[in-house]
Design a protein around this ligand. Structure first.
Ligand code: NAD
Ligand code: TYD
Length: 336
């Protein structure tokens, strides 16, 4: 029986991952370690809360003793916990360095002490920086992070590399493009725009809206992380992407169309400082070496995601009633 410490399992991708693991593999126990920041939400796990193979531990990865205690009996670590939003890292980078860099270092030390069989670092394509009109990020692309968020993730990735090289920690790093799907906190583009449009509120498009992102369904990413855990070679990096590049304005207009809302709800706002122009991923290594491929077509995934936000209006309302409001007004001005 594998006993897997999943950090950040109450967040967007982590909760989808915990659900996937518990429902597909009866031989896995999950210790879900999460300190429940604004982005962590136990409601994301309501349907697996009573599963006897799931233990939730409220703890902070920057607290060495809490991490050590949670690591007892653990065979593997899959590390999702992070501060994850670029705009918040521009408002204040402190929590990003603390959690993403120091927290990862503390987790690596504990994983080393516990002699885990595998450590998976869940990272992002944003560590590679920004692309011009052509080309793709490969695992060999130099790290050139541009935002405090991506710089803190790149710092963590380099620590993981060093712990493998210096101490032989059996660590694998994954780097994925922009995720979308159920349970995503409504500060990221797709859930923010969908939830605003469902409430007939405007959607804030940064700059000219011609920045390009590659979109992948969260379950495709989760399957990739699982494959990297089971099949990944220690010391290796694997990129995941959805082969679905799209300028933000095109995606915005698609969302308006799918929700039957007028283009007049588009509000062009001041661009994000240092905004990366284009991300695109070459995921052929993961396809070749892990037997993984993205499976969810964007049109189906997006339609299902919109349906999920429609059906889970109470989940969104609960989030938007809290400290979210303060963040929103600081980022975008008064609510429309
Ligand atoms: P999220 O913000 O939705 O969730 C992060 C989770 O980590 C939350 O549950 C939060 O409570 C927890 N957490 C934060 N600080 C913690 C700490 N100090 N100790 C313990 N728990 C803490 O993030 P997400 O979108 O689910 O992203 C998960 C991981 O995947 C991150 O490492 C992120 O960098 C990476 N990633 C995200 C995307 C994306 O598109 N969202 C793409 C590629 C990689
Ligand atoms: P986001 O979901 O924050 O992901 P990331 O910055 O990690 O790629 O943003 C996706 C794209 O959408 C990015 O180019 C910024 C843009 N964007 C807007 O235009 N308006 C918004 O309100 C947000 C949140 C993002």
């Amino acid at each position: 029986m594998a006993r897997v410490l999943v950090t950040g399992g109450a967040g967007f991708i982590g909760s989808n991952f915990v659900r996937l693991l518990l429902t597909t593999d009866p031989a896995v126990e999950v210790v879900n370690f999460d300190c429940l920041t604004y982005a962590g939400n136990l409601a994301n796990l309501a349907d697996v809360a009573d599963n006897p193979r799931h233990a939730f531990v409220r703890g902070d990865i920057t607290d060495r003793e809490q991490v050590r205690a949670a690591m007892r009996g653990v065979t593997d670590v899959i590390h999702f916990a992070a501060e994850s939003h670029v705009d918040r890292s521009i408002q204040d980078s402190g929590p990003f360095v603390r959690t993403n860099v120091t927290g990862t270092q503390i987790l690596l030390d504990a994983a080393r002490e516990a002699k885990v069989s595998k450590y998976v670092q869940v990272s992002t394509d944003e560590v590679y920086g920004s692309l011009g009109a052509t080309g793709l990020f490969t695992e060999e692309t130099p790290l050139q992070p541009n935002s405090p968020y991506s710089a803190s993730k790149a710092g963590a990735d380099l620590l993981v590399r060093a712990y493998h090289h210096t101490f032989g920690l059996p660590a694998v790093t994954t780097r994925c493009s922009n995720n979308y799907g159920p349970y995503q906190f409504p500060e990221k583009l797709i859930p923010l725009f969908v939830s605003n449009l469902l409430a007939d509120e405007s959607v804030p498009v940064y700059g000219d809206g011609m920045q390009i992102r590659d979109w992948i369904h969260v379950l495709d990413h989760c399957r990739g992380v699982e494959a990297a855990w089971r099949e990944g070679m220690p010391g290796e990096v694997y990129n995941f992407g959805g082969r679905c590049e799209m300028p933000n304005i095109e995606l915005t207009k698609l969302l308006l169309k799918l929700l039957g809302k007028p283009d007049s709800l588009i509000r062009y706002v001041k661009d994000r400082p240092g905004h990366d122009r284009r991300y695109a991923i070459d995921c052929s290594k993961a396809e070749r070496d892990l037997g993984w491929t993205p499976r969810v077509p964007f049109d189906r995934g997006l339609a299902e995601t919109i349906d999920w936000y429609r059906a889970n209006a109470a989940w969104v309302a609960e989030i938007k009633s809290g400290a979210y409001r303060e963040y929103y007004e600081k980022q975008y001005g008064k609510l429309a």
